[in-house]
Design a protein around this ligand. Structure first.
Ligand code: DGY
Length: 339
């Protein structure tokens, strides 16, 4: 590596990854040493003449940033699987390499999908709230109290069928699901054998759906696991929710704007669906205590914690540093995004 290469890092990293970054002697590291997202002006002020930028899903990569960084910029390494914060066409146009962390968080997010399905079906949020608000004495055990649907025997519909969706299927099959339908933008891509090999002995049918309408109509559990794009924004909106079964739940582990929050609240108010479990929501993280979604008893919302396990976040941090260093050293990235 030639002398002092400037890299900009938009977040304090996990200690092991920070150590790895700092172990590279030829770097001039300009870093936002904070757990919270960096200020956009700070990024724009520090981007000029940088060769690499390591950033997170809170940082928008657009023409403004790329032009401000200038022609020295060779690599962007994103501490994320999602790339919707990145204007990929602009990155490609400038021949900038893009690294990301697509595989390491699969299990953690699939685990959370199962948690949200259970919370939505079994009224977890509502139950906890009843206890915290001191209502248990007024609602002793009774046969129909707090009843809800269960996973066994259900049809699970996936919007998007990549790694995380398939890892979720693997977890759900032992619960006794009857059928899985999925909609994918890459219908030619075969489901990965390592997941489906395990399912060979299970009597579960796993079939592509012909349309989103089919997913909406057939599913008892809808899992949103697709990336955010023009065509998936508000895919789960009034029409979709209107076609869902009355006892079905919808879970979003992908990106908030795939679900139209107003339409979801209306569907919940009118009891057109049973419940929802959300790890992500439009407008996050600016969801304050007065947000109307929080008044929905049948909606469980957690603050984008899908990948938040110790091991996963450590792995993501290490991989994003490795991706950054790889390009600077002329080596292959652990995971490079094909643009
Ligand atoms: C990602 O990496 O894109 C996830 O949403 C973070 O949990």
């Amino acid at each position: 590596m030639p002398e002092k290469i400037k890299v900009v890092v938009t977040r304090q990293l996990i200690p092991e990854a920070q150590k790895l970054l700092e172990s590279e002697p030829n770097l001039e590291i300009i870093q936002w040493h904070n757990e919270n997202p960096c200020d956009r002006n700070w990024l724009l002020t520090n981007a000029p003449n940088s060769t690499g930028i390591l950033l997170t899903l809170s940082d928008k990569v657009d023409t403004e940033l790329l032009e401000t960084a200038g022609p020295t910029l060779k690599v962007i390494s994103s501490f994320s699987v999602g790339t919707d914060h990145i204007e990929t066409s602009a990155v490609k146009h400038r021949n900038i390499r893009l690294g990301y962390t697509p595989t390491i968080l699969t299990d953690a997010v699939a685990d959370l999908a199962v948690m949200l399905i259970l919370m939505a079906q079994r009224r977890g949020g509502e139950g906890i709230r009843n206890v915290l608000d001191g209502r248990w004495p007024q609602m002793p055990w009774s046969p129909a109290l707090m009843t809800g649907p269960q996973i066994g025997g259900s049809v699970v519909g996936f919007l998007g069928f990549g790694r995380i969706a398939q890892a979720t299927v693997k977890r759900l099959v032992p619960f006794g699901v009857e059928k899985v339908v999925y909609l994918t933008s890459r219908p030619g891509e075969r489901a990965r054998e390592d997941y489906f090999g395990l399912l060979r002995d299970q009597p579960v049918s796993i079939e592509p759906a012909g349309s989103w309408e089919e997913v909406a109509r057939e599913s008892d559990i809808v899992v949103v696991a697709c990336s955010l794009s023009e065509s998936t924004k508000h895919l789960v909106g009034t029409e979709f929710l209107g076609m869902m079964k009355k006892e079905a739940v919808v879970v979003n582990i992908a990106r908030g704007p795939v679900v139209d929050t107003d339409a979801l609240m209306k569907a919940l108010d009118e009891e057109r669906i049973f419940g929802a479990g959300l790890d992500v929501i439009e407008g996050e993280p600016n969801i304050t205590a007065d947000h109307p979604i929080l008044r929905q008893k049948r909606c469980v919302l957690v603050p984008h914690i899908g990948s938040a396990t110790f091991n996963t976040r450590m792995g993501m941090a290490m991989e994003s540093v490795r991706n950054l260093l790889a390009v600077l050293r002329g080596e292959e990235m652990v995971n490079e995004c094909v643009l």
